[in-house]
Design a protein around this ligand. Sequence first.
Ligand code: GAL
Length: 984
Amino acid sequence: MTAYVQSPAPGEGREPARADAVTDAVVLSLNGTWRIRLSPTAAGTGDGFADPDLDASDWDEIRVPSHWVLEDVTVPWAAEPRMSAPRRDEHGPLYTNTAFPFPIDPPHVPDENPTGDYRLVFELPAEWPAGRTLLRFQGVDSCALVHLNGERLGWSTGSRLPFEFDVTAHLRPGRNVLAVRVHRWSAGSYLEDQDMWWLPGIFRDVELLARPAGGADDHVVRADFDPLWHSGTLRVDASAPGVVRVPELGVEVPTGVDIRVGEVEPWSAETPRLYRGTLTAGDEVVQLAIGFRTVSIDGGRMLVNGAPVLLRGVNRHEHDPERGRALDVETMRRDIVMMKRANVNAVRTSHYPPHPEFVRLCDEYGLWVVEECDLETHGFIYAGWEGNPPTEPVWHEAMLDRVRRMVERDKNSPSVIVWSLANESWRGDGWRVLREWIRDRNPSRPVLYERDPSYRDSDFYSLMYPSLDALEAIGHREEPRPDDVTDDEDARRRSLPFLLAEYAHAMGNGPGSLDEYQRILESSDRFCGGFVWEWIDHGFTARTDDGTPFTMHGGDVDYRPNGGRYCLDGLLFADRTPSPGYAELAAAFAPVGITFTRGSVVLANKHDAIGLGHLAFSWRLERDGALVDSGDLAVAAVPPRSQISVPLPAFDTDDSAEWWVTVSATLATDTVWADAGHEVAFAQHRLSAPTPALAGPRRPLRTDGSGVRIGPAVFDSTSGRMLELGGIRFDGPLLDVWRAPTENDRGQGGRNDLVRVWKATGIDRMTHRIRSLSVGDDALEVRVRSSPATQPFALGSTFTWWSDGDGDELVLDLAVEFEGAWHDTPYGHHDVTLPRLGLRLGLDRAFDAVEWFGLGPGEAYVDSRTAARLGRFGSSVDELQTPYPVPQENGTRLEVRELTLRSADRSLVVTADRPFGFAARRWTAETLEQARHPHDLRDSGRIHLTLDLAHRGVGSASVGPALPERYAVSREPRTARFRFRPGP
Ligand code: GAL
C-alpha cells in the first residue's frame, strides 16, 4: 500500500505538466479549513482514510495551505501530543543545512515517517460546468497520495511544483470528499536536501479547474525582440487551435503562426513592459502578458535584447515567520517591493520554483529571474557522493519530471531568463538529460548548473563565495583551472560568461565588502552579475514559557542532526524588518554612480536599458552637518552604461568647519514600488576641513583631599582612576579590545574561526596592571600593561590626562603599542588579531540619549559603510541596538567627530583629534556575547560606552572567504587625543 513512498519514480496518474495561466475558466478554490489526523508511519490512519463516509469530525482542523508542523495539530504518538506551534521537538519543523535527517539508504526512508491524512468535504456548485475538470495542487511537501470520493487518483512528489489529476470521472454533483495522504519523508526527499526547514504539508493552493470545451490546456508564447529594428516577433502555440489578440499591437492571428509585430518596447527588469492580450481557444479566454525580450550568450557574455545586463541579485527562499513557505500574495508583493527599493534587479529562486504568482509579479514589477529547480542532493556528500541521484539512471526520470514541471509552468514569463537545473548536487549524467530536454523544449533561455566543475551542462561558469581576489581573476579570465576536468572542458568553461550564484553571506552582522564585490562585477563584461546569500532569515516566531516572543532557529529545536543558526543569514530579519545589510545592499547596488571632480559631479548610469530621465538629482551643502543650502541639478540625457559630468554651483566654504556636499538621485515620479522622492543613490564629498585647533597651554593640576583635579575631573591619586567628571561618576576608562563575536568571527567548520583563537589566547579576558603613575605639574600620566592570562604578549598604553583653556574640558592623550609576539601560544601558528582597540567607560543609566556628528544613521563597520552618510544624528541608547536574533556585536557608529550623551539634566560631549567609533549599550560586550536570544539581554543599570581607535570589519566568513587583511586591526602603534566636556 505504501510502496510508492519509497519509489524513485516521480508520481503516478498525473496530467502532463503545462503552463500556469490566468484564464476565464471556472475555478473553485479548495483552500480553507480541512481535517487532518497525523500518524507515525506511512500507513497513516489506515485504508479507510479515503472512505467518503468516514466520520472525521474528531480529527483536528487545519488551514490549507499550511505546513502541519507550524499549526496546532495533535501528534498522537508524541510524549506531549498537543503543544502550541511551532513545536520545538522532533515533531515540529526541523532544520538541517546539508544533512539528510534520515539514513542514506536510497530510495528508502525510515518507517518513522509522520504522515498526515487530510480530508475536505466540499460542495460542487450547482452551476459547475459540464465537461472536463482538473484537480490541481500547487505544492505538497513531500509526497501526496490523492483520493476523490474514495477513488485513488494517483500520487506525486516534487514538493515545490504543481501536479494535476483529471477528476472528471470522479467528481459528483453536491457533496465530494477529497482525501490526501501526505508523507513527511519519501524517496523524493532525497532530491530535496536544500539548506532549509523540512516543512511537510499541503502548503500551496488546491484548486478545482473546469476545463472549457476546446480550451487551451497549454500554450507557449515566444516573443522575441530584435534590437536592430526595435521590433518584435510573436508566436503563440497552443494545445488547441485558437486566436491570439493583442489589441495594442493590432494583432489578431491564429495560433501557431509567426508574425512580425513591428516596433515594440522590449521587456526588461528596468522597463517591465507587458503587452496584454488574449488567446481564445474554444470556450476559453487565456490572458497573455507578453514581454518581448531575447536572451543570448555571445562572445562570452550574456545579452538580453542585444545588450549585456548585470544582475544585481538576491537569493530568495519563500519564508514567513509563522507560515513557513505558505506565503500569501501580499507577502510576495512585499518582497518584490522591498527588493526594488534596495536597487535589486534580479532574483534567484533558491532553491526551487516559487509560488507561480511570484513569477507573475516579477513580470509585472520588473525583476530578472534565475529560476531554480526543486532539486538538491547535498546530503550524499556524507556518502562520498556514492549513489548520488545525478549519477544513477534510476533517478533521472524524477529529476526530469521536476525540470519539466518548472519549465512548463513558467515558460511564458518574460522575467525568467535562466533555468537553473539544481543546487549543490555534484556531478553525473543526469544533468545532460535535463539539459537536452530543455534544449529541445525551451531553447530560448540559457541553463545554469553551478556545482559540476566541468560545467559541461551549464551555459555559465559559476561559483559560490569566491574571495574578492578570486573574483577579480575571473573577470580577467585568469582563474585557476578546476581539478579533474579535461582540456576541452576547461577551454569551454573559460569561454563562458560568469554568473555568481551566491556571495556575501548575510549571516548575523554583515556582510562586508558588498560595494567591493559590486565594483568588481561592474568591471568586466564576462560578469553577468550575482546573487547575495540571502534575502531573508528563516526564523520562526516562537515564545518562551513566559510568553516572550523570539526568533527560533534550528538550534532551538531539540533534534539531531541540526543545522543550528545557519538558517538566519538574510538581509531581512524573519519578520521582514530590514537588517543593516539591507541598507548596505541598496547602496552597493545603486544604479547610479556618483563621484566628484573639481567643481562637478560625474553621474554614471549603470542601468542596462534606460537613461536617467526617471530620476531627479539634487545637492545639499552642509557645514559641520548643518544644512546651509540645497538645490536641484539639471541633468541632460545619459544613455545606459555611460556617464556625464554635471557642474555643481560654486560653493562658498571656509576652513572654520567641515563642509560637505551630498548629491542624491531620487525617483522623479511615483512608481508601483516606491513614491517620488525615494532615494536610489547618494554620495558625499568633503569640500573643506577645518585647520586643527592648537591645544592651549596645559593648566596646572590641583591636588586636594578628594584627589587630583584636572579641569572638570577628579582622579584617585594612587590608582589613577577617574572618579568623576563634572559631577558625573564614571567607571573606567579602561583599555578595551573585546567585542561580542559576530557569526562571521566564528568562520565555518573550523575555517577562519577567530573566536577559537581569541578564546585560546584569552583576548576576551584582558587584565590590566599599572606600570607607573606620575602626577606632574600639569598632567597625570598612567602607564598600563594590558594582557591576557597565560600570555607573554601585551598592549602597553600611556594615558596622559590634562586640561587646557578655561579648564572645562578633560583631555586624554592615549598611546598604545603592541609588545611581544602576538601568537596564539601554545598553538603558536596563528597571529592574534584584535576584535577592536579602544576604551570602555560606564556611566549612569540616565545618560540614555545620544547625538553624534559622524556616519549614520545606522551601524557601520570599515567594510560595510556605504549606506552610512556623514551627518548629525540622534537616538536613544535602545534604538542604537540592532536586535540580531542571535546577539552579537552591533550598533557601532563610525567616523564620529563629536558625541554627546545626555540625561535629563546633564550631558557629556566627547570629541577627538580624528574620527572615532562608538557604541553605547545597557549591557557589556560580555553579556551581549553570552545572550542566546535578544530577550536574554537585561538592563544592567549602567550605560556602557565604547570608544574605538580601530574596529575589525565584519566580512562574511561564516560561509565566505576570510576577512581581507586590510579590515583587520593592524598591530601598529596608535595614538589618539580625546576631549571630554561635561555640560548641562
Ligand atoms: C550555499 C547553499 C545555500 C546555503 C549557503 C550557506 O552553499 O547553496 O543553500 O546553504 O551555502 O548559507
